[in-house]
Design a protein. Structure first.
Length: 668
């Protein structure tokens, strides 16, 4: 958010405002539940941002209100949160209003505002605020300014454009009113194609009229300009309370803000509402996709039309319908990751035909183009049996391999073979001597296709009595490849390889290096709560973060690049952290918002001066749910896994799981 200059008007009313005549409510969050509605809101800028850590723990819902609390933990770190409707809902024009109470402290400010990702331009063409968007600050409140002056009775509003650099411009006529820093007040913006008008407690404050020549603006530097460029594209809503000490909001308190339980520095929100005049039905969603998952769920994604807060999901088992409505008036789950809706009622192996329509103010738009999950063409990750080996390739040949040494007869012809399928990429099949120096007996580069295909090489052992069967990542493109039913033996003879189809659910008898490139993979629909093997760690979340964790302490080399990773699925939020094993200082982390599809999340980091670290993940979920974690990894990007029992195949062996934890390893 830009840090705007202030000029002030007066208002004192605290009553909720009414929408302008002729406007209909099309979207709202009244915060009447017990947890944040993630169909409405997205946790933005997770982790360290400005001078605090944005963390879901700072967000709570109860008693009909949303609260964002700024607090300080025992180590002196500050926490807060930024919530927005990005990837959920972007209105274009209307009356946007929230009822908010702010209690701010030095170094902290709260805001209700609108923004768009194309602000400042996309680089493809010169930026123009009409077509690339603006920042509209409906309300900003601080207790102190940068000179430590008490301005707690003041609330500012503004329009910003031309990016956040030396070209930045704004139109502002800030607002004064005794008591605006205490109690609830309504803050509204009436946004039309030709103007933006600001209200407090239903009382008119000022209007910025659109200036078609506002780039460059006609009034640069004018204290109270009445014109500025009005955005003509949809933008998302933001609720934020941030920390930026010694800069714009005064000094942070020397002792911090208090703990989560004791802090009084809060932004409380009674409601957020959007109204539109004569709302119209949205356009049909575009770029609709339907993706099968290993759990049987079908994940639907689409591009969000303007003014489309809710959707109807429809499906049929025959092309062209008729379609049955399977979900109505639903919000978007995670458009960022192309997961707008998860059809958990899909029958395994069934082909469905989906259409999606958008809703605005009760008006339904047309159906999207039909899309199918094409179960007949669903990737079958297993050639035979229930298991295969899956390679996840980054596009840089890593040489990560699967190897098995086998005793053979000298001066004899043998065959080495493997069944392969994938989404492109490249692997190498190699027969070589078991020891060093390395000598290749036969090799083949394999370019996988979406059809299971058998590839083989033949070779003569010569004087060798032991050979290595070897498959490695040779891919210069990002790809996922499945390998199954390997073979080494006399042509037409017995297979000399142990566990050739990975049916143990593990890499027993195989030398695999490193772990996260190659992992065992189950057949579609098998044991959905286990990524590989027979066990995973299950977390059962109440919706109040317990921060209980699963932890391992490991020794690393200093000043070295490492990768931490996890496979995760479910509903809820976990946090993957790396901290110093002696001081317990957290030096890198990421929040993971689980989905119903197994997904691998990584956390690259440099060890710096740290040589003993804690690898751990914890319950950071502000929603009730269940999350499964499997096949954890810690090590060099191309190197062995340093974790003990990373897939929980031996229960909790190697892990510290604290008493009272929500985490339980097991066969689920």
């Amino acid at each position: 958010m830009a840090l705007a200059a202030l000029a002030f008007l007066s208002t004192t009313s605290t009553s909720p405002a009414a929408p302008p005549a002729g406007y209909t409510q099309v979207w709202a969050d009244e915060f009447n539940g017990t947890a944040l509605d993630t169909g409405h809101w997205y946790y933005d800028h997770p982790g360290y941002y400005r001078s605090a850590y944005n963390d879901p723990s700072a967000v709570s819902v109860g008693g009909g209100n949303l609260s964002i609390t700024v607090y300080t933990d025992a180590s002196g770190k500050d926490y807060s949160a930024i919530l927005d409707t990005r990837f959920k809902y972007q209105p274009l024009y209307g009356y946007i209003e929230a009822r908010i109470s702010t209690v701010n402290t030095g170094g902290n400010w709260s805001a209700f505002w609108m923004w768009v990702d194309s602000y400042g331009g996309t680089g493809a063409a010169p930026y123009h605020p009409h077509t690339d968007g603006t920042e509209a600050d409906i309300m900003e409140h601080r207790a102190l300014d940068g000179y430590q002056n008490n301005i707690s009775d003041l609330v500012d509003s503004a329009l910003h454009w031309d990016n956040y650099n030396a070209d930045e411009k704004n139109a502002t006529n800030g607002l004064r009113g005794a008591g605006l820093g205490t109690g609830y007040h309504t803050y509204g913006l009436l946004w039309t194609p030709t103007s933006q008008t600001f209200y407090i407690d239903g009382v008119y404050q000022y209007t910025i009229n659109d200036d078609p020549q506002a780039d460059p603006p006609t009034q640069p530097g004018t204290p109270n300009p009445t014109t500025g460029p009005i955005s003509h594209i949809s933008e998302f809503l933001i609720l934020s309370t941030e920390v930026l000490s010694n800069s714009w909001a005064g000094n942070r308190p020397a002792g911090g803000y208090g703990s989560l339980a004791t802090s009084t520095t809060k932004m409380n929100v009674d409601y957020v509402r959007v109204y539109q005049r004569n709302p119209t039905a949205p356009l049909a969603p575009t770029d609709v996709t339907a993706a099968n998952t290993s759990t049987g769920t079908v994940n639907l994604g689409w591009e969000l039309p303007d003014n489309a807060p809710y959707y109807n999901i429809k499906r049929s088992t025959v092309p062209g319908g008729p379609y049955a409505v399977i979900a109505t008036n639903v919000g978007v789950q995670d458009q960022k990751n192309n997961l707008c809706y998860a059809d958990t009622t899909a029958a395994p192996g069934t082909t469905y035909y989906y259409v999606v329509s958008a809703l605005n103010g009760g008006l339904e738009g047309p159906n999207s183009a039909e899309v199918t999950n094409n179960a007949a063409g669903q990737p079958n990750y297993v050639h035979g049996g229930l298991w295969s080996a899956q390679g996840l390739f980054t596009g840089q040949p890593s040489g990560a391999h699967m190897l098995q040494n086998v005793a053979v007869a000298a001066n004899t012809n043998y065959e080495a073979g493997v069944w392969v399928r994938g989404s492109g990429g490249r692997i190498r099949l190699l027969a070589k001597n078991s020891g060093s120096p390395y000598t290749a007996l036969a090799s083949q580069l394999i370019y996988p296709t979406e059809e299971w295909t058998y590839y083989s090489v033949t070779f003569n052992t010569g004087a060798l009595t032991s050979v290595a069967f070897y498959i490695d990542d040779y891919s210069d493109s990002v790809a996922t490849v499945s390998v199954d039913d390997t073979f080494l033996g006399l042509p037409g003879g017995a297979n000399l390889l142990a566990n050739p189809g990975f049916e143990t659910g593990t890499f027993a008898s195989w030398n695999v290096n490193p772990g996260p490139v190659w992992t065992p993979r189950q057949a579609v629909g098998m044991s959905p709560n286990v990524h590989s093997g027979t066990e995973s760690a299950k977390g059962e979340f109440s919706g109040v973060p317990s921060y209980t964790s699963c932890l391992q302490t490991k020794t690393l080399a200093a000043n070295t690049d490492y990768v931490a990773g996890l496979w995760v699925k479910g509903t809820g939020t976990i946090r993957l952290l790396i901290r110093d094993g002696l001081t317990y200082e957290n030096f890198t982390s990421r929040f993971i918002y689980a989905t119903e599809a197994w997904t691998y999340y990584t956390l690259p980091f440099n060890s710096g001066t740290h040589t003993t670290v804690n690898f751990f993940f914890n319950d950071s979920s502000t929603i009730e749910g269940t999350v499964h974690v499997d096949d954890a990894f810690l090590g060099l990007a191309v190197g062995p896994n340093l974790l003990t029992n990373p897939g929980f195949e031996s229960g909790s062996t190697g892990w510290t799981i604290y008493s009272g934890s929500v985490w339980t390893p097991g066969a689920w």
